[in-house]
Design a protein around this ligand. Structure first.
Ligand code: MG
Length: 443
């Protein structure tokens, strides 16, 4: 509530609920300007007082999109589908809290997706609820979790995890519609004529197309209204296909707001292919960076390469763990976004990096790419040494780098060569590594 009080204080006047909601949005958009020390406090207060909540339903087992994990956890251009969805929702309404409902078997997949989110989005997330036997029961569980908050929301937007293209304008319309009507769903006109058929396939009716809408999510409601409607449906053992219908059956008129044809639900393999090309089209600025690093051999019994310890009769000398490969890859990524080099981000003069795992450096460089809304399209690296032999460790090194970079394995290539006993690597005085990184950024 303090946001509304703040707005009232500034303007010295009272606002309608709808105006307050907008002021709340405006005020909270300004909060990043608050210094870092108080930001966290504001963030936790916002969690307690925010008037809008998203409820993201992610309990489905959808397998029509092919093998692998449930579709909301399938990867789509460097992130899981649900991670795209959560980022899109947070960007659309930064002041809202985000509740999720997941399947009990999916906790690890969910946690891995959360790890891919920006800090801003993670700060808005509540602990997930566990879903029930049906989508309706899952939504009910999520609503009950919101009801148990110290300050339950006034508006809830219930959204499918498999709709990652939800946009800010659609969310704003959904919030307005809930404030105006209490219950609303976005709908898009149909381009196909719809036929009603019987069991034999015979057409029994042709509804007038102009009066039909294909309904999407987020469906938006006054929180108390939809909570009560779900409780009533559950106590009467009624099962409905969407939340709008739960509200309808409880006697609440549902208003259709303007949907967005781009806000598709990913279901089939074709949907995923189309979504991939859409997302890549949104990252047209392709950049390339190079990295090069050398470390001398020293006393020791192993070398670190790409985060993998490889037994050797020497170690590598360096301030950190001297992972020559990881340093070259890190510099290549920083080079691709013209963001200095590893030394400017982690000065060797700073004692805190002494003996540090180089994965910290690489993860940081990758974060800098993601913070710009970009993705790492590819990394190709070459290790130059006579010994140790790299071949037996190549797959482990690739897997290690891909994990640290949070990219698919096929976006990481590792090669090795000797220098034919020429030069410092040929004399086995040390090792060198070269890397090229390709990064895609928004246009
Ligand atoms: Mg180095």
């Amino acid at each position: 509530m303090q946001h509304f009080v703040y707005a009232d204080d500034v303007e010295g006047r009272k606002f309608t609920e709808r105006q307050q909601s907008r002021l709340c949005v405006h005020w909270l958009v300004l909060t990043p300007a608050i210094d870092a020390g108080t930001k966290k406090l504001h963030s936790s207060r916002m969690t307690a007082t925010s008037s809008i909540a998203f409820l993201v339903v992610a309990g489905g087992r959808g397998s029509r999109a092919g093998d692998g994990p449930p579709k909301q956890y399938r990867r789509l251009v460097g992130r899981s589908v649900i991670a795209h969805t959560l980022e899109a929702l947070r960007a659309a309404a930064p002041q809202a809290v985000i509740a999720t409902v997941i399947h009990a078997d999916d906790r690890e997949l969910y946690d891995a997706s959360v790890a891919e989110l920006s800090l801003e989005t993670r700060e808005r997330l509540l602990e997930p609820s566990i879903g029930g036997a049906s989508r309706q029961q899952s939504v009910r569980n999520g609503l009950e979790a919101l009801a148990a908050l110290a300050k339950p929301p006034r508006i809830v937007l219930i959204h499918d995890a498999a709709r990652p293209f939800v946009g800010a304008a659609l969310v704003a319309r959904a919030i307005d519609a809930a404030l105006d009507h209490g219950a609303a769903a976005p709908g898009v006109p149909l381009s196909d004529t719809v036929k009603e058929i019987d069991a034999s396939g015979k057409v029994t009716a042709t509804p007038e197309r102009a009066r039909l809408r294909a309904v999407q999510t987020p469906q938006s409601f006054a929180f108390d209204l939809i909570l009560e409607a779900h409780r009533a449906a559950a106590s009467n053992s009624l099962e409905f296909t969407d939340d709008a219908m739960v509200a309808e059956r409880a006697g609440h008129p549902v208003h259709i707001s303007e949907g967005d044809p781009a806000n598709v639900k990913l279901t089939t393999q074709e949907d995923f292919l189309r979504a991939t090309s859409l997302l890549l089209n949104a990252l047209p600025d392709v950049r390339t960076g190079q990295g090069y690093d050398v470390h001398a051999f020293s006393e020791g019994d192993k070398v670190w390469l790409g985060g993998v310890a490889i037994p050797h009769r020497h170690g590598l000398a360096g301030h950190s763990d001297a992972d020559v490969l990881m340093h070259a890859v890190t510099d290549a990524i920083l080079g691709a976004i013209a963001d200095g080099d590893i030394g400017s981000h982690f000065p060797p003069s700073d004692p805190q990096w002494k003996g540090a795992a180089s994965s910290i450096f690489l993860a940081h460089a990758c974060k800098r790419v993601r913070e710009r809304g970009g993705m790492i399209a590819h990394v190709d690296a070459t290790i130059v040494c006579e010994q140790p032999k790299i071949g037996p460790h190549r797959d482990a090194i690739r897997a290690s780098l891909a994990k640290i970079m949070e990219v698919e394995l096929d976006r990481v290539a590792i090669k090795a060569t000797t220098s034919e006993k020429l030069g410092f690597t040929g004399r086995q005085e040390g090792m060198a590594a070269l890397a090229i990184a390709t990064v895609r950024l928004p246009g």
